[in-house]
Design a protein around this ligand. Structure first.
Ligand code: C2E
Ligand code: MG
Ligand code: MG
Ligand code: MG
Length: 282
């Protein structure tokens, strides 16, 4: 009840609030309503192994469809949601929904794959992150090895001690950790060693304008060598064209995520994609 009152209160103009604070409160209330009214849903984008021609994972990507504002891009609302505690509720919903979906694919008899879930900085810094994840795994019955949590360097840099602890706890649970947007941050080799990610996701900036110049090839080869040296797998993100695919394949980059195979798909289409892939037609 008090929550209800508090939420309604946001609708009224409050002269004591700065406009940014007012906007945040309004957004928080919209996000809250969005969760209650089931305006959020997930799209799933396949990750393909070029050698085995198999789907190795799906990344869950959050979508928000507001009845009057239309579909809102996660890059717009997530940074704002991160300024409030709602990101924690939203993040938990994503985690739960993605894990449920993955177990449901397994129950349908599809070959097991990992489900990628993006974590925001706030979630990584949450002291009980591992407990939240453990509970979701327990509730859904998903084996931890089929959950891959994606996080960026920024989320690790802000509260290093807490982040380090969170990662250690998660690893003890047996879930996989991926470093998202690899190559755009500040990662030193020591840093990569310290966190021992299972996966590096090479940022699409390195792929987007890939024409095959020696400099471009050099950077990607270096990234591949680093992943190999640390025994991490690497996934190239944002691969759109056959040409890019060919260049990456020639460099022995095995795992690919991008429009060239599939855009992020609504759950029904994602399921069909997995069924076709399981039949060997990719
Ligand atoms: P990300 O985790 O790096 O996700 C990859 C983004 O690249 C996605 O954008 C995806 O749709 C897009 N993409 C995939 N293949 C291609 C391609 O071939 N070409 C191009 N141009 N783009 C491609 P999206 O879905 O808009 O998500 C943007 C970002 O929002 C994500 O980047 C992630 O940082 C964040 N995000 C998405 N869902 C969640 C979530 O559930 N929780 C959190 N905390 N963040 C999320
Ligand atoms: Mg990601
Ligand atoms: Mg990324
Ligand atoms: Mg990102």
């Amino acid at each position: 009840r008090t929550k209800e009152q508090g939420r309604n209160h946001y609708q009224f103009y409050n002269p004591n609030l700065s406009s940014e604070a007012a906007l945040l409160l309004r957004l928080e209330s919209l996000l809250h309503q969005g969760l209650e009214k089931k305006q959020f849903f997930l799209h799933y984008q396949p990750q393909i192994n070029l050698k085995t021609k198999k789907v190795v994972g799906m990344e869950a990507l959050l979508r928000w469809e507001h009845p009057s504002l239309g579909i809102i891009n996660p890059q717009k609302f997530i940074p704002l949601a991160e300024k409030t505690d709602l990101i924690l509720h939203l993040g938990k919903w994503v985690l739960q929904t993605a894990c449920e979906q993955n177990i449901s694919w397994q129950k349908d008899g599809l070959p097991p794959i990992s489900i990628g879930v993006n974590l925001s900085a706030r979630e990584v810094q949450q002291p009980n992150l591992a407990e939240v994840v453990a509970r979701v795994l327990n509730d859904t019955g998903l084996d931890p090895q089929w959950l891959e949590l994606e996080l960026t360097e920024m989320s690790l840099r802000q509260h290093l001690t807490q982040a380090r602890k969170s990662l250690r706890d998660l690893k003890n649970l047996g879930v996989r950790i991926a470093l998202d947007d690899f190559g755009t941050g500040f990662s030193s080799l020591g840093y990569l060693q310290q966190f021992s990610f299972r996966t590096l996701k090479l940022h699409q900036a390195f792929i987007r304008d890939l024409r095959g110049t020696s400099e471009e090839l050099g950077i990607i080869s270096a990234a591949l060598a680093i992943s190999k040296g640390f025994n991490m797998r690497i996934v190239a993100e944002g691969v759109e064209t056959e040409e890019q695919l060919k260049i990456l394949s020639n460099l022995n980059c095995e795992e690919i995520q991008g429009y060239c195979f599939s855009r992020p798909l609504p759950v029904k289409e994602a399921t069909v994609f997995l069924q076709n892939a399981a039949r060997g037609s990719l």
